[in-house]
Design a protein around this ligand. Structure first.
Ligand SMILES: [Zn+2]
Ligand SMILES: [Zn+2]
Length: 310
């Protein structure tokens, strides 16, 4: 009979996870430590954080973002000058967001992290449900997910400004970053930019993704092992988007070769470095960087408000 497999790191405990791309078998304790270590290494490799940052963590109430908050809080203990905040954006999706918000708030408070929640209603004058159920979006030919994405981004920036945050941390994983790169390539975006890396600009609060080299499934396992609460309801406006298709493709493609995602990330970002980044101008209304005169968020905000009044 074969000797029972032991954890590759501590050589003692029973493994619960086989990390295919490294060949390691990991016990629960070593697996959890390896995720925290990976986040630390990612932060230092890409210089994502400074010792005195005010970090606004975008928290949706999902397991990825709560895990990020929990891990950053562990890491932050070594940086007494840094400060963490949890930020949630309430899009006002009836029957869906309330639950996430409650989970996000109680989890943040249990970690002792200050919590700020802003809503679409107070910032823009409408909830996502109001916009989605009026005829405005149909008339404009845009779907609720686009509206949600554009305004969440804007709302997050506003929240970060209120907190005087110097950086915004999002829970995008390796899978998400690769998806975004592929999507931008498919859309033929002229302006290919690094995702989740610290890029400084005058009007910009940098957005970093400390999970950018962690596989989605490993974040999910971490959350499960830490018993991080998560909500199970899905957004009522979810449509099968191009992103979902790209995600399914990547899941299929990387199922037996997760190292392919790392190879793509590294190669693609090497290529991005050689690309000349066009100078960005800023939106005349909100001052955020944009390639146009008025940014997409400000443009949509006006259109929706006018549409709702009519
Ligand atoms: Zn171990
Ligand atoms: Zn704007």
């Amino acid at each position: 009979m074969l000797e029972a497999q032991k954890c590759s790191l501590c050589k003692e405990r029973q493994p619960i996870y086989h990390r295919r791309y490294s060949g390691e078998w990991l016990c629960e304790r070593c697996f959890k430590l390896s995720i925290i270590e990976r986040v630390k290494r990612t932060i230092s490799r890409y210089e994502l954080l400074r010792y005195d940052d005010r970090i606004a963590v975008a928290v949706s109430g999902g397991k990825d973002s709560l895990s990020l908050l929990e891990i950053l809080q562990r890491i932050e203990r070594d940086f007494p000058h840094a400060k963490l905040f949890a930020v949630t954006i309430d899009e006002g999706i009836e029957g869906y967001r309330t639950e996430c918000l409650a989970v996000a708030e109680s989890f943040s408070r249990s970690l002792g992290i200050p919590f700020l929640s802003l809503s679409f209603k107070e910032l823009f004058g409408f909830t996502l449900t109001e916009a989605a159920e009026s005829k405005v979006l149909e008339r404009l030919g845009i779907n609720p997910c686009t509206v949600c994405g554009v305004f969440r981004r804007k709302a997050l920036t506003i929240a970060a400004r209120r907190l005087k945050a110097t950086v915004i941390a999002t829970a995008h994983t390796l899978d998400d970053v690769v998806q975004t790169y592929l999507l931008n390539l498919l859309k033929g975006e002229g302006n290919l930019k690094p995702v989740g890396l610290r890029r400084e600009g005058e009007a910009v609060i940098p957005r970093i993704a400390p999970f950018r080299t962690t596989l989605q499934r490993e974040v999910a396992l971490y959350a499960y092992l830490r018993k991080i609460p998560f909500q199970v309801r899905t957004c009522p406006y979810t449509r099968t988007s191009m992103r979902d298709r790209v995600r399914s493709f990547l899941n299929w493609y990387a199922a037996n070769r997760p190292e392919a995602l790392y190879a793509f990330l590294n190669r693609f970002e090497q290529l991005l470095k050689d690309l000349e980044q066009p100078a960005e101008s800023v939106c005349e209304i909100c001052g955020e960087p944009t390639s146009r005169r008025i940014c997409r968020a400000c443009e949509l905000e006006q259109l929706i408000k006018e549409g709702l009044k009519a």
